[in-house]
Ligand binder design. Sequence first.
Ligand code: TYM
Length: 334
Amino acid sequence: MINDKKVLFSGMQATGNLTLGNYLGALKNWLTLSNEYECFYSVVDLHSITVRQDPAVLRKRARALLTLYIAAGLDPEKNCIYYQSHVSGHAELSWILSCFTYMGELNRMTQFKDKAAKHADNINAGLFTYPVLMASDILLFQSDVVPVGIDQMQHLELTRNLAQRFNAIYGDVFTVPEAYIGKTGAKIMSLQDPAKKMSKSDENVNGSIYLMDDPDTIMRKCKRAVTDSMAQIRYSDEQPGVKNLLNIYCTCTGKTPEEAEREFDGKGYGDFKMAVGEEVIAVLKPIQDRVKELEKDKAYIDGVIKNNAEKANYYASKTLRKVQRKVGFPDRIR
Ligand code: TYM
C-alpha cells in the first residue's frame, strides 16, 4: 500500500510503432484504473535491448512512448510515469530473483520461443531471462494489480510463483500480484489474419492500426479487414474476423458484444466496418492531437522524467533494501 492505496504496475516496450492492440489491451485499462490505485507506468527500455536496437531510434521512441502515456490521459502528477533505465533497482532485483528462477521455468515461456525463432541470429541470455526482469518490475513496487493483455499472462504466473517462492523462504517480503485483463480488448487480432495477434512487428502493415495512423489510414485498414462470407454480424468463434472487429468496437465504445450485435443486426459488413473505423478514429484522434501539443513542451516532459524517476527510485529502494537484507547482504554503513 502507498498512501492508503493499492499499487498498480504496468509497462510497455518502446520498440516499433504501438498498435491499437497495445491501447485497447493495456493503456485503456490503465486509464480506468488510475484513480483507484497508486500507479507506476514504466517505459521498459531495459527489456527493449533484448533485441538489437538503433540507439538513437530507441531513445526517440522511448520519449514518444512516455509522451503518449500522458497524451492518453495519465496525469503524471498522480501517476508515476518513468523510464525503467532510470531506476537501477529493476536490474538489481532481477539479478537476485534470477537466483530463484529455474531454467525449466524459463524454457517453457512461449514468448521466448517465439522471439528466439524470430531472432535466430541473436538468442541472447537477456532474451531468456526477460521474464525475471518483468517479475522484478512488478515486485519492486509491491504491486497488487498488473493490467496487461492476455499474451503477458504466462509472465504474470511466473511472477506470482517467484513471489510465493521467495516469501516461503524469507517471510512476507513481496505482495503477490494479480493480473487485470479487460473483457473485450485483451487480445486484439490482426485485421488481415484474425488467427494472429495484432503486433508491432507484423510485416503486413494493413494488419495493424498504429496509434499514430491518420484517420484516412485507419478507415482504409478497417474497410480492408478480413471477414467472411456468412453475411451476419455475430460475436462467435466461427467468425473470427467479425468477432475481432466487434471486440475493437466494444472496447472503444464501452458497449457489450450483445448490444453491438443488436445494433448491427441486418446491417452489411461495409456499414459495420465503417462504424468500427469511426469509433477507432474517435478514440485515437484526440490522443494524437495531444501528443503533438506535448511534444512542443520539452521542459514539461523533462520535468516529468526527472520528478517521476526520483519517486520511482524512492519506492524501489525500499523494496530492494528489504530484499537485500533478507538474502544476507551486509548492511550499508552510513
Ligand atoms: P508489450 O510492449 O509487447 O505490450 C504492451 C501491452 O500491450 C498488450 N498487448 C495487447 N493487448 C491486446 N491485444 C494485442 N494485440 C496486444 N498486443 C500487446 C500487452 O499484453 C501489454 O500489456 N513484457 C511486456 C512489457 C513489460 C511489462 C512489465 C508489462 C515489461 N515489464 C511489467 C507489465 C508489467 C511487453 O513486452 O509488452
